[in-house]
Design a protein around this ligand. Structure first.
Ligand SMILES: Cc1cc2nc3c(=O)[nH]c(=O)nc-3n(C[C@H](O)[C@H](O)[C@H](O)COP(=O)(O)OP(=O)(O)OC[C@H]3O[C@@H](n4cnc5c(N)ncnc54)[C@H](O)[C@@H]3O)c2cc1C
Length: 435
């Protein structure tokens, strides 16, 4: 650990504890630099820990993400701050100063042993967003089974203040009076790895604005496919029926000027193909159809992956979906332009429809720091061709989907590059100081 390593003073600050942030943090920490990782959620891991399996290898996402999360959490040079809101990030001549507010968990993380007694004792049930809203959790809970840290968190909005969690906690960790904590963290360099969220489902009127039963998002399907997911099998949410016919609507939130999102989100073709393959494994008799505008299988081995899906019997229909509406027997009616036939408008019904929603940035730097964003609202790279992790702020680098949509392979590569730029920056600063 370098001299600057104190609990509030680091060589590098990493904002975002998804796979990009964790990779950058590990690469810097392994070189001896002290790193503070700032995460807004109650656990690190980002979207990747919430996926089922990953294209193109179909490795279990949780099995390959958990070791990285644990490596970061146990690294002597890394300090992780969860539940944090970054209020400002300013540069002085020598350092970056981050003003942060850490939201209360209402559970003392130094005392909590992750035994879940509070969760078992809590009488309040709440829809579990971690499981796509398909199942329930308690008002006091550990976010998910392999969350890091394994510390319970109390959802004050739903807590009935019955006191049962505090009574059953063997270490007296529940603290109803915990207050937000203001932190001032300083560092010489920073990597912004704030990732993405999906295009809001309610934005498109033609697609039912989230109100058509049995129309779900691609991230919800990831949970249905996960071995430890809400039902442990794929069932239709409205009535628990095993779907016999499943459809994917591609470009449901990208390449769509009416939503202000004209770019391609790059991963949707591949994740839809992946999910379709996984579905044909778990529901061998189901018909699976992917409605697409173009298939973009851009990465190494991806075209073969697409061809394998076709060989497995997954149907690819070229046509933009014009509208989505409820049909009889809780089915969903898709109206589309049959481009490979005579271009006429056709309608087909499916038991379950998955929207391949687009990818938009999870964080907007405006009002927090002077980082510039591009027309697409992602953090702008100042030298995209030759140094794609450089931003307009000196000593601040960007990695992963924070800079624009990309898959895990490219995210990891970029996170390594950002760590290398940050390490070079740290070395050049210490050389300047020594001179
Ligand atoms: C449905 C779906 C399936 C996919 N399947 C695959 C696949 O099979 N294979 C593949 O290669 N890719 C896949 N991807 C893409 C993959 O999810 C991304 O490449 C990867 O998650 C990007 O990681 P990231 O760390 O950049 O972003 P994220 O995973 O979004 O992580 C960002 C982290 O930053 C945190 N954060 C955000 N703002 C702040 C802030 N202001 N302060 C502190 N923390 C903040 C977030 O809470 C989050 O933890 C899929 C994507 C989707 C939507």
């Amino acid at each position: 650990m370098t001299e600057s390593a104190r609990k509030d003073q680091f060589d590098a600050l990493v904002v975002g504890g998804g796979i990009a942030g964790l990779q950058s943090a590990l690469d810097l920490a392994d070189q001896g630099f002290s790193v503070g990782v700032l995460e807004k959620d109650a656990s690190i891991g980002g979207k990747m820990i919430r996926l089922s399996k990953v294209f193109p290898t179909l490795d279990c996402a949780s099995c390959i993400t958990t070791p990285k999360m644990a490596a970061a959490a146990h690294h002597e040079n890394i300090t992780i701050f969860t539940d944090c809101d970054l209020k400002s990030l300013d540069r002085t001549d020598n350092e970056l100063i981050a003003q942060v507010v850490q939201r209360p968990r209402y559970v003392d993380s130094a005392k909590c042993i992750g035994c879940r007694q509070c969760e078992y004792g809590c009488p309040v049930y709440v829809p579990d967003e971690e499981e796509g809203g398909f199942t329930l959790r308690k008002a006091v809970y550990i976010p998910f089974s392999n969350a890091i840290p394994q510390v319970a968190t109390l959802d004050v909005e739903h807590c009935s203040l019955c006191g049962k969690c505090a009574k059953v906690c063997p270490t007296d960790a529940v603290d109803y009076f915990q207050q937000p904590r203001a932190l001032t963290l300083t560092a010489t360099t920073a990597v912004m790895a704030t990732g993405f969220r999906l295009t809001p489902i309610h934005q498109k009127k033609e697609y039912g604005q989230g109100g058509v039963p049995n129309v779900i998002t691609s991230l919800q399907m990831e949970r249905l496919l996960a071995p430890h997911g809400p039902y442990q099998r794929v069932l239709r949410p409205s009535d628990g029926k095993e779907p016999e016919s499943i459809a994917y609507v591609q470009c449901a939130g990208s390449r769509d000027k009416s939503l202000g999102i004209s770019y391609c989100s790059r991963v949707c073709c591949m994740y839809a193909i992946k999910q379709a393959m996984l579905l044909s494994g778990s529901l061998p008799l189901a018909d699976i159809t992917i409605y697409y505008m173009d298939i973009r299988a851009f990465g190494k081995g991806y075209e073969q992956f697409f061809q394998n899906a076709k060989a497995m019997g997954i149907e690819f229909v070229k046509g933009k979906i014009a509208s989505i509406a409820p049909a009889t027997e809780q089915k969903v009616a898709l109206k589309y332009e049959a481009q490979e036939e005579d271009g006429r408008l056709a309608t087909r019904e499916h038991d379950l429809v998955v929207l391949s929603l687009g990818i938009v940035p999870d964080w907007n730097p405006a009002g927090t720091c002077s980082l510039a964003t591009g027309d697409d609202a992602f953090i702008r790279c100042s030298m995209p061709q030759i140094a794609p992790t450089l931003t307009n702020m000196a000593g601040v680098f960007v990695a992963g989907v924070a800079a624009g949509p990309k898959d895990i392979v490219d995210t990891i590569t970029e996170a390594g590059a950002a760590a290398m730029e940050a390490a070079n920056y740290l070395k050049s600063r210490s050389a300047t100081k020594a001179a």
